[in-house]
Design a protein around this ligand. Sequence first.
Ligand code: FNR
Length: 368
Amino acid sequence: MENITNVMEYEAIAKEKLPKMIYDYYASGAEDQWTLRENRNAYSRILFRPRILVDVSKIDTTATVLGFKISMPIMLAPTAMQKMAHPEGELATARAASAAGTIMTLSSWGTCSVEEVASTGPGVRFFQLYVLKDRNVVAQLVNMAEKAGFKAIALTVDTPRLGRREADIKNRFALPSNLTLKNFEGLDLGTVDRTNDSGLASYVADQVDRSLNWKDVKWLQTITKLPILVKGVLTAEDANLAVQVGVAGIIVSNHGARQLDYVPATITALEEVVKAAQGRVPVFMDGGVRRGTDVFKALALGASGVFIGRPYVFALAADGEVGVRKALKMLHDEFELTMALSGCRSIKEITRAHIVTPWDALRVTPRL
Ligand code: FNR
C-alpha cells in the first residue's frame, strides 16, 4: 500500500478485496458504458498552455465553497452504501474529509446516518437528497440533516429512475443483509415493513419519485433554510432554469456515467453550463476526476470546485480512513504541482487561457 502513487491504483486493490457483486456496483456505468470511458477520455483532449517564469515559490490551493473556506477545490461526492466497502463506511470517509480540510457529501442512501457522521467531529458536510414520493419522509430527512449540522442540500435531479447497470442486473445486486440505509431507520415511514432490512432498502428504492420537477425545488426551498445545489445538470437550458428557481449552486454531473449513457463527459458539458450561469451561481462538477491536472482543467473551464466519487470509494475499500486520506493528499499534491507548473499561485489565477480544448482549436492553431 505504501507504493501507491496515484488514486487510480486503489481500484485494483479494491477489486481484489471486495466480493464481485460489490466491486461491480461501485465500478459500473450504465449500458454500453460509453459515457463512463468518455468521462476519463475527454480530459486527455484538453491540453495546457502553461505560463513560465512566474514566481511559484508559494502556492495557495484554498477555495471557498458556499462561504466555507476549504483546503482545496476537491470535495467528496455522495456515494451510497459505503459500509459495503469497509466496516467503518461513511464514518471513515467523514474523518478523512475533515482531516484533509474539505467537504464530504453524505448520500441519502448511506449506511451511516447524518447523526453518526456528525458525531465523528467537526467538519463541513453536505447532505445529498433523493426525493421520495412521500413528502413527509423527505421533510423529515431534510430536517434531520439540518439538525445534525449539515450545511447544504445536494438535490440529485438525474435519477427519476435508476439507470440500467447491467453488472448489477446480472449479479442481482442487493444491499447485504447485515447493513441498512441508516438515515431512514428513525423516520416515520407509514406502512413500510421494518421486520427486515431488505424491506427498508426496497421500500426506499421503490419510493423514488418519478414526478420530481422544478416545482418541487421551490417546495424544498420552503421547508429548509439550507442552500440547495442541483446535482445532475448537463445543459445551458437547465442551468438557466436552476438559476431562475433560485438554487445556490449547480453541480454538472452525469452521476458517474451510471444514469443515461451517451451523455457527454462532464468536462465537455461544463463550459456550456458555466456560460449559461453567467456567474450568478457557482458551478461545480464531478465525473472522472482522477488527477490534479483534471481538477485544474475543470477550474480553467469555470468550475468553482470538483467532487470525486469512485476514487475515494476504492481507497476506502483498500485501506479505510487512511486510504481516503492518502487519496485526498495525492490529489491535493498533484493539483498544487499542476498550478506551479502552469504559473498559477492561487485558484483565482487559473484562467481559460491556461488550457486549450478541441472546441477552440481554431483559436490557437500554431503557425509553422
Ligand atoms: C454514486 N453517485 C451517487 N450520487 C448521488 O447523488 N447519490 C448517491 O447515492 C450516489 N451513489 C453512488 C454510488 C456509487 C458507487 C458511485 C460510483 C456513484 C454519483 C456520485 O455522486 C458522483 O456523481 C460520481 O461518482 C462522480 O463520478 P466519479 O468520480 O465516480 O467518476
